[in-house]
Design a protein around this ligand. Structure first.
Ligand code: NI
Length: 275
């Protein structure tokens, strides 16, 4: 074991999540938040495709997905050969209606088998007041549950998808995190979050990790970044690291990769990824 206790890994297996898990120091989280907000001050809030796979655009996020304290915990859950398949910012501005409906991440990702763990890294405090993530413990033991697409504009998910089964909200657990902490959750865990009526901005960066044996079953054109160990399977094209923040090369490469990703995520909808 590199970072987690055996009891913690058992808890992940039983409940489908673990939180809070120490990841960054408060100072490290503040540095990253500052880099994000300095960029936003010049270029506007990260939106549309820039929210996704942002580690291909910014060197400081390329470093974050390789952070040893994050990877040590992830390794304890999925083993030593680790690809980063995706990443997404989940930012809730203060006094904002954005929310995340109850869903399983596995619904449209096409990854097989469902050995996928998300490290949701808090770059601000994430609290009951500002829309922290809620989960249904043990729901990852369900198979894939049917979802319906709503495309509601305030929904932060690509299709506004929501589970079509009754969710017993009395069972829900709130994953409050301090800036620098993370939660880990399984790709089949039912989770969601409410809007942020508070006066504080809520910033999370969700990093999706898979063991190298996982494959993309919904399309041939997919890519990932090897962040630890060796990849003997080559199921994913190797991604290009950003040479500098938002360099022309990084932006061009990111655009091609997120286009391919959008085709997988939005398949059969006739829609493009939202801007
Ligand atoms: Ni999710």
């Amino acid at each position: 074991m590199k970072a987690l206790s055996e009891a913690a890994v058992r808890q992940y297996d039983t409940a489908g999540y673990l939180a809070p898990v120490p990841a960054l120091t408060t100072a490290e989280a503040a540095v990253l938040r500052n880099k994000l907000e300095r960029f936003e001050a010049d270029a506007g809030v990260l939106a549309g495709k820039l929210r996704h796979k942002s580690h291909l655009l910014f060197t400081w996020l390329d470093e974050l997905i390789r952070h040893p304290r994050i990877l040590d915990a992830v390794e304890d859950v999925i083993g030593p050969d680790i690809l980063c398949w995706g990443s997404s910012f989940f930012i809730k501005e203060k006094r904002n209606p954005s929310f995340v409906s109850w869903h399983q991440d596995s619904t449209y990702w096409g990854l097989d088998p469902a050995d996928v763990v998300t490290a949701w890294v808090a770059l601000s405090d994430s609290t009951p007041e500002n829309g922290a993530m809620r989960v249904i413990p043990g729901s990852h033991k369900l198979d894939q549950v049917p979802h319906r697409d709503t495309f509601r504009p305030e929904n932060l998910l690509s299709r506004g998808q929501e589970v079509m089964v009754e969710v017993d909200e009395s069972q829900a657990q709130m994953l409050a995190l301090k800036a620098g902490e993370m939660s880990l959750h399984h790709v089949r865990l039912i989770h969601g979050s409410d809007p942020n009526p508070s006066d504080t901005r809520r910033i999370g960066f969700a990093i999706r990790y898979i063991p190298t044996y996982v494959r993309q079953a919904a399309g041939s054109d997919d890519s990932a970044t090897l962040v630890r160990g060796v990849d003997l399977f080559h199921h994913f094209e190797t991604e290009q690291r950003p040479d500098a923040d938002m360099s022309e090369a990084a932006q061009a490469y990111h655009a091609s990769v997120t286009d391919a990703h959008a085709q997988i995520l939005m398949r059969d909808t006739g829609r493009a990824m939202r801007a």
